[in-house]
Write a protein that binds this ligand. Structure first.
Ligand code: LLP
Length: 421
């Protein structure tokens, strides 16, 4: 497999300087890449960022400046949206700045969406019942599972019988009954069939949306195409044609509007597409070793930082930045982290099979950069092995700034040590 997959969005000298300044491991994001991805989706009436992909408040603010609104899937994500300046409520004719999407409502989140008048995209009928009981009139979307799905991995396929997500399509009449009987206000219909969809499934989901809308005997204002747009993680992967993508959904929207006799608002809810290619994980090579036929480069980032390879066998391009600019011979290399767990390997396929990547021979002190790590990188990080969360830096043209500082071990321990007694 070739090395250096795609050009880095940030110059290597700059990455070296940032690594010196902030230490490694380190997330670095490029603001211009995010702005360009937002611009590519401007044909949609509303772009709603699925912040689970990257919920850094400073990136949410950047989104907001560009006219993007947000989706939240937890109380924490609602608080992040509020901290970034998004507001609840649904001003007439304008898309709500925050929508809460989930398959259940815990008590604290239920109270918050009511207090802040945040529309709820309901993935279960129980959510509708609970919301309707405490706040008749609350604005709701219906997230429907159309009976099929697609994803880059089984774990990111959110449609079909095996998926816990959404209201099963056959249960639509029951959901509408609850809306009617509790007095909730239906805003729109939503489908998200998975992450990493292809055009074939896209056409299928557009048709399913049109058929679904025809079965809804209540007024609706909007439809949401969900997210799921893929990005080219590997050299040669196709880049999604956003005009074509919009065209398919626009046709579905027009059909629904024609049948209902009024305009229908079209939302898109991408996560990965907006941020993946802007983000890099910069790590340092701290050890190399040969284990039988395998040559390992061990870096100071682990799957607690970037979980995607271990979780899905996901591929991230890797660039090596030699510490001394020397020419290095190429060498099949297994890139792994510091965690006390065999699965802490960045070069692996689905099912955990360890793979080698053709890389320049790594030496201790080299920097190693994981590409396309801006989505589901920092947001899926954990404190496993009692490792603190690592810093995030946003590069914007000539400027760069720390947008999350490194967590300290003291902060980690404080959750336990601060208890009285
Ligand atoms: N809307 C809903 C309701 C979703 O559940 C998701 C993703 C999105 C939008 C955004 O999907 P995107 O445009 O980013 O594909 N951790 C996995 C992806 C899980 C996606 C979960 N839901 C990964 O690293 O690939």
């Amino acid at each position: 497999m070739p090395h250096t997959p795609k050009p880095l969005p940030i110059a290597t000298d700059r990455l070296r300087a940032l690594a010196r300044q902030h230490g490694t491991p380190l997330w670095v994001y490029d603001a211009a890449t995010i702005r360009s991805r937002i611009a590519a989706l401007k044909a949609f009436d509303t772009v709603r960022f699925a912040q689970k992909a990257n919920s850094n408040i400073h990136l949410l603010r950047l989104m907001r400046e560009q006219g993007v609104v947000v989706d939240a899937v937890s109380l924490g994500e609602i608080e992040r949206a509020l901290a970034a300046g998004f507001r609840g409520g649904s001003p007439a004719g304008v898309a709500s700045e925050i929508v809460f999407t989930a398959d259940l409502l815990d008590a604290a989140t239920l109270a918050k969406v009511v207090e802040q008048a945040i529309p709820v995209n309901a993935g279960s009928i129980d959510m509708l019942r609970q919301l309707g009981q405490v706040n008749p009139g609350h604005r709701v979307w219906l997230r429907i599972n159309p009976g099929f799905g697609h994803g880059h991995s089984n774990k990111t396929n959110t449609g079909g019988e095996h998926s816990k997500h959404g209201i099963w399509h056959a249960d639509l009449p029951a959901a509408l009954d609850v809306i009617r009987s509790t007095g909730l206000t239906l805003v729109g219909l939503h489908m998200h069939i998975g992450s990493g969809v292809d055009y074939g499934h896209l056409q299928q989901v557009c048709q399913a949306m049109v058929a679904l809308a025809a079965r809804v005997d209540l007024p609706i204002e909007a439809i949401s195409a969900g997210g799921g747009l893929s990005i080219p993680y590997r050299v040669g992967d196709a880049r999604i044609d956003t005009a074509h993508y919009h065209g398919l959904w626009d046709a579905a929207r027009r059909e629904i509007a024609a049948a209902r006799g009024h305009a229908i608002h079209l939302e898109l809810e991408p996560g990965r597409y907006l941020v993946a290619e802007s983000g890099l994980l910069v790590a340092e090579v701290r050890a190399t070793k040969d284990v039988g036929a395998n040559h390992f480069a061990l870096v100071d980032a682990g799957f607690n930082d970037l979980m995607r390879p271990s979780m899905y066998g996901a591929h991230h391009g890797i660039s090596l930045l030699p510490h001394d600019d020397s020419a290095r011979p190429m060498r099949p290399t297994v890139v792994a982290g510091p965690l006390c767990e065999s699965g802490d390997v960045f070069t692996q396929g689905e099912g955990g099979v360890v793979l080698s990547r053709q890389l320049p021979q790594a030496e201790v002190g080299d920097l190693l950069v994981f590409h396309d790590a801006g989505a589901y990188g920092a947001s899926m990080s954990s404190n496993y092995n009692s490792r603190p969360l690592i810093p995030e830096v946003l590069v914007d043209g000539d400027h760069d700034r720390l947008i999350r500082r490194r967590q300290t071990i003291g902060e980690l321990l404080a959750l336990e040590l601060d208890l009285a007694g």
